[in-house]
Ligand binder design. Structure first.
Ligand SMILES: NC(=O)c1ccc[n+]([C@@H]2O[C@H](COP(=O)([O-])OP(=O)(O)OC[C@H]3O[C@@H](n4cnc5c(N)ncnc54)[C@H](OP(=O)(O)O)[C@@H]3O)[C@@H](O)[C@H]2O)c1
Length: 305
């Protein structure tokens, strides 16, 4: 028996949840269910946590990986492909039921409950499925990662030069929040128990629009940047064939709906819940920008796969 099984623990968010959970409960209480069981660092392996193979695409592997757990963290599957993503999450929820896990924690996203953003639709479907499952759940609407700013900011890469950042539809305010703060908050919620059948937004403690971000980034990189709102077609033309899979037209058209959501103020929501939970100020967006823009390595590599 283990108290906690975490999925996604090799990823940007899940690795932070694991790091903080290890500070709150004994390592012997934790198992990880990994897509790639070789993805853990030596430091984490040295804690002696139980490492299991669990692929959302393979239900039988999930039965083995989730067996004997009281609490399970489902970190959402990294994709914008709606049906595939819902299927992965459904597989995980169904396995949870089969093996008798008591409480599921699901990492949802911060867009509105009636969101027009494509990226939110799989989360809303998963939330509905979870609520109807009869399982005890806690839905954590994780805020927009500060570290993911290039995705929202026209796939910005300082190495590429240029003074214009193109976005479709609209700018809007975003309550950016760092993955370490989200990881610590998520771990605290899991370790404390409670929050049964509740949904919480874990947002940053203030908002910044993309135009405000442009001014801050300009100051850091010493080059003036202007944010320009263009048509969806112009946005697609400017990015197609670049940025790996994110430069494919179907992805770009889906991602463009994010900016319709910004126009509706869907991410312009500050909830004090996370800051109160951590009992300290959250990491400012400026610090993440400074680290990412002056650090080594390409910025594009530093946000979610
Ligand atoms: N809030 C935001 O701003 C934001 C931004 C981007 C993404 N997200 C969502 O939040 C999630 C967590 O973000 P992140 O930054 O931690 O993403 P990430 O670094 O890409 O991590 C994703 C995790 O999912 C695991 N995974 C991939 N395929 C899997 C499968 N078939 N079965 C089980 N696990 C699988 C990966 O394992 P391997 O390393 O072994 O492949 C990895 O541990 C993402 O997956 C995405 O759904 C949120």
């Amino acid at each position: 028996m283990v108290k906690y099984v975490l999925t996604g623990a090799t990823g940007g968010l899940g690795s932070q949840v694991l790091k903080y959970l290890l500070q709150l409960v004994p390592a012997s209480d934790i198992a990880v269910s990994l897509h790639n069981p070789h993805g853990l660092s030596h430091d984490i392996l040295a804690t002696g946590i139980d490492v299991r193979k669990g692929d959302f695409a393979d239900p039988r592997s999930l039965d083995r990986a989730f067996a004997g757990a009281d609490n399970l963290l489902i970190v959402s599957y990294p994709s914008i492909a709606h049906q595939l993503r819902v299927q992965m999450h459904t597989n995980a929820i169904d396995a949870t039921k089969r093996v008798g896990v008591k409480h599921i924690y699901y990492t949802s996203l911060a867009f509105a409950s009636d969101s027009v953003a494509e990226v939110m639709q799989a989360h809303l479907d998963t939330e509905r499925y979870l609520k109807q499952s009869g399982l005890t759940y806690t839905i954590l609407r994780e805020g927009i990662y500060s570290e993911s700013f290039p995705l929202y900011f026209g796939f910005f890469d300082p190495q590429e030069g240029g003074n214009e950042v193109l976005i479709p539809y609209s700018d809007g305010a975003i309550a950016w929040v760092s993955r370490p703060d989200l990881g610590e908050g998520t771990a605290k919620i899991m370790a404390s128990g409670g929050y049964e059948n509740e949904t919480h937004l874990l947002s940053g403690s203030r908002t910044l629009t993309l135009a405000q971000l442009a001014a801050k980034i300009s100051a850091i990189i010493g080059r003036p940047l202007t944010l320009r709102v263009v048509s969806e077609d112009e946005y697609v033309r400017a990015n197609v064939g670049k940025h790996g899979p994110r430069g494919e037209e179907p992805f770009l058209r889906k991602w463009a709906t994010t900016y319709k959501a910004l126009a509706r103020g869907e991410l312009d929501v500050v909830d004090p819940f996370l800051q109160n939970l951590l009992g300290r100020p959250l990491k400012p967006m400026e610090d993440t920008l400074q680290e990412m823009l002056t650090g080594t390595g390409a910025v594009m590599e530093q946000y979610a796969k």
